[in-house]
Design a protein around this ligand. Structure first.
Ligand code: ZN
Ligand code: ZN
Ligand code: FE
Length: 758
């Protein structure tokens, strides 16, 4: 990768060992030529792998003998912008321990300098404008280095050798606090900012990939005001705390979480909230987790060092719009939200949100951290995939939690999280990202892969590119994305559980068992269809899928057994629903597991409305997790003898049992647990049936519902009990943020097999 200090490291090492030669970059990576005594070269090879700089990694190391030319000194050959390069772009990286020490050392020339960085840390992807990654191609271009900085930059033995964002208080960017009318407030910006935060103000703080909105997290009033102004009703807000100890004071931080929280990526990690935590209940209302991150820029470290305490640090964007990244843009768009602005003059070229990660369980019960949102610190690090694509592929992803992917050779680059494309500003950011990706990666795609949904903005966009288009069914793309990151090729049994995905029959799929490989799939099982009335509102109001489920179970008299629950619904809406269920022909059918979760959350009285995506499902998981293990609710799986039709997971026995048991007592936890058990049980039954018919023993789990750790664990256990191998996500999100990767690999494999011509 560029900009990780690999070449200087090689140079130092070779000079140490008194070897002659050179190091440089070419189209496929770095090349090194060394000349000297065999023992020194052996030593060189050993230390090359063993002492790599923190951000560097060696994917593959090969060598050969060349004739000696009598070189005695070692040099770095500069990268040229001519010719094709495998231009790997490094993600932005949290401040390293060396820089942190200097930041708080009064004797250091960068003491309290908010933009300290080195080859081991600092901004990368968010400041790059063109390749190769050199200062003139970044937003640091306009800062001319002072002699001291330039000397470091030119010195191969310095930690700042070729550190493109290198800067100091003399020559680099500066920070200031201003009010809403852009008037700079005189004084120490950090002190002034902390003062205002203490007083309960909301401050827009410019970070690496965009602005945050910050306020104290330990008082109700500022948090309530922030929610009102941002028009964000209930979606949890992220918190920044000064240290691991501070994180441990408000949430359960185990060893795995501690490593992730304090590592170079520094995502927001979702952690169980401690009951006694002194955090406003409005930070994450009704949620048993807190999203916590540690400071990752020098500016954050300086703010936190003032002892300001836990801060809400939420992405500064009006609802669903992309992150604010320019100073003037922030002043304009955040004028109604922020009381003050902590600005700086290092421009942000790419808007990169904070990544979000969650603790999950791997196949052998090991604790793993999995990204739920892949952005800062992770994108655009390349992902090695098991297909060698004959032509460059562009995959445009889905509609929600959009991310795009470019696949070239065996290397996929998945973009940062781009948000919900139904928002026009997000869509503009999406098209701009594709254009910039092509430039930065120097790839001209020859084929474009997209979802099958005719109304997705990304699908329509794909058709305008003048390239061959290949559509990849949503749930197939989910499975292939997991196969790709796990390095699996060939036939697998995929379990794809999800909210919404367009099916080949026009229905809304979402609980699918597929026998598939990278290119093609057969649907071997799914949840029994039920009617989903209400369009977009069907994903918000949980009673709507519940009505469809009751209708599917009890027919025309569906309201009878559900009387007390339906009393929570307006009578008029209810009778309208009754008419639509009974008469309308144009009501879509769905096999969505996400909507089944919503429906059950309604029937158990746990959540009547999704104020944000998956609120009901998360609440259902939380109560189920708190309950003791129990047997599953009744379910049946219809397995056609001849395999001519898919197996059907029938929810009717489940719904009947629920309706019979709910009035008995208010123990919704046990019923929620039994529901999870039943879902895992019926999916495992279908997989077993498919395994027996096909002989395939390898299973792959993907789709948004597997962010539900309980469901993932229960199903994984059942599949392993049956002697099957299980893969689930580690590197890319299990939700729609991962599907572009699956689409890209599916397209590549179709081209490779000659299923499509380009
Ligand atoms: Zn550093
Ligand atoms: Zn300087
Ligand atoms: Fe999905």
């Amino acid at each position: 990768m560029q900009g990780v200090g690999f070449r200087p490291f090689v140079c130092r090492l070779a000079s140490d060992l008194r070897l002659g030669g050179f190091v440089g970059n070419d189209t496929h990576g770095a090349f090194i030529e060394v000349e000297g005594p065999a023992s020194a070269i052996d030593e060189f090879e050993r230390r090359l792998s063993g002492e790599l700089p923190p951000l560097a990694r060696i994917a593959q190391l090969t060598g050969s003998l060349v004739a000696s030319v009598g070189e005695t000194t070692f040099r770095i050959i500069h990268s040229s912008s001519a010719g094709q390069q495998d231009a790997e772009i490094t993600p932005d990286t949290a401040t390293c321990p060396d820089c942190l020490r200097e930041l708080f050392d009064p004797a250091d020339r960068r003491y309290r300098y908010p933009f300290i960085n080195c080859t081991n840390c600092g901004p990368r992807y968010s400041i790059i404008q063109a390749v190769p990654y050199d200062r003139p191609n970044t937003t640091m271009r306009r800062f001319v280095m002072c002699p001291a900085c330039q000397a470091e930059y030119d010195d191969p033995t310095s930690r700042r050798f070729h550190a493109q964002p290198n800067a100091c208080p003399t020559c680099g960017p500066r920070v200031w606090l201003c009010d809403k009318s852009a008037r700079e407030i005189p004084g120490d910006a950090i002190h002034l900012c902390v003062e205002r935060l203490r007083d309960g103000a909301i401050v827009a703080i410019k970070g690496i990939g965009g602005f945050h909105l910050a306020c104290r997290a330990d008082r109700d009033e500022p948090v309530v005001r922030l929610r009102e102004r941002k028009m964000r009703e209930a979606k949890p807000l992220a918190i920044m705390v000064a240290s691991l100890d501070a994180a441990g004071a408000i949430a359960e931080v185990d060893e795995v979480a501690a490593v992730e929280l304090s590592g170079p990526v520094r995502p927001i990690v979702l952690l169980p909230k401690k009951p006694q935590a002194s955090i406003s209940p409005n930070v994450a209302p009704g949620n048993d987790c807190l999203g916590i991150m540690l400071p990752y820029t020098p500016l954050h470290h300086l703010l936190m060092a003032e002892g300001v305490g836990p801060l809400v640090m939420t992405s500064a964007n009006p609802t669903d719009e992309p992150l604010c990244s320019r100073n003037d843009e922030a002043l304009e768009r955040l004028a109604q939200i922020a009381d003050a602005f902590l600005m700086h003059d290092r421009d942000i070229e790419r808007r990169v949100d904070d990544s979000v990660a969650k603790l999950m369980s791997g196949a052998t019960g090991e604790r793993v951290i999995v990204p739920i949102r892949r952005a800062r610190g992770l994108a655009p690090a390349p992902i090695r995939v098991p297909v060698e694509s004959p032509v460059p592929v562009l995959a445009v992803g889905g509609e929600l939690k959009s991310a795009v992917c470019i696949l070239s050779g065996g290397q996929a680059v998945l973009s940062e999280h781009l948000g919900e494309l139904e928002n026009p500003a997000a869509f503009r950011n999406f098209t701009a990202t594709i254009e910039q990706f092509k430039r930065l990666l120097r790839v001209e795609p020859r084929i474009v892969a997209c979802d099958m949904h005719p109304d997705y903005a990304a699908t329509r966009y794909a058709a305008t590119l003048g390239l061959p288009v290949t559509q990849v069914q949503h749930h197939h793309a989910h499975i292939v994305s997991c196969m790709a990151e796990a390095g699996i090729s060939g036939r697998v049994i995929g379990v794809s559980c999800d909210g919404t995905g367009y099916g080949t029959d026009g229905a809304i799929w979402g609980c699918e068992v597929l026998v598939c490989d990278e290119a093609e799939f057969t649907r071997v099982g799914h949840l029994r269809y039920f009617k989903l009335v209400g369009g977009d509102r069907a994903a918000k109001d949980t009673w709507r899928p519940a009505a469809g489920l009751l209708y599917g179970t009890f027919g025309q008299k569906w309201t009878l057994p559900a009387g007390p629950m339906l009393s929570r619904i307006e009578e008029q809406a209810l009778s309208l629903m009754d008419r639509r269920l009974a008469t309308a022909r144009h009501v879509p059918w769905t096999s969505s597991l996400g909507r089944l979760f919503d429906a059950v959350a309604f029937l158990l009285g746990i959540c009547d409305r999704n104020r944000y995506e998956a609120e009901a499902a998360m609440a259902l998981e939380a109560v189920a997790r708190a309950a003791a293990p129990t047997g599953p609710l009744a379910y049946t799986v219809e397995k056609p003898e001849d395999g001519s039709r898919p197996a059907i997971c029938d929810f009717r026995p489940m719904v009947k049992e629920l309706m019979a048991r709910v009035p008995d007592g208010p123990d919704s936890g046990t019923l929620a647990r039994a529901f999870h058990e039943a879902c895992a049980g019926m999916l495992a039954d279908v997989v077993e049936y498919a395994a027996a018919r096909t002989g395939i023993r390898r299973t792959v789990l993907s789709g948004g519902c597997f962010a539900n750790r309980l469901l993932l664990e229960l199903l994984t256990d059942r599949l392993i009990e049956r002697g099957l191998t299980v893969s689930s996500h580690r590197e890319v999100p299990t939700g729609d943020g991962g599907i572009a990767l699956g689409q890209a690999v599916a397209a590549a494999e179709r081209v490779r097999r000659g299923l499509i011509c380009v």
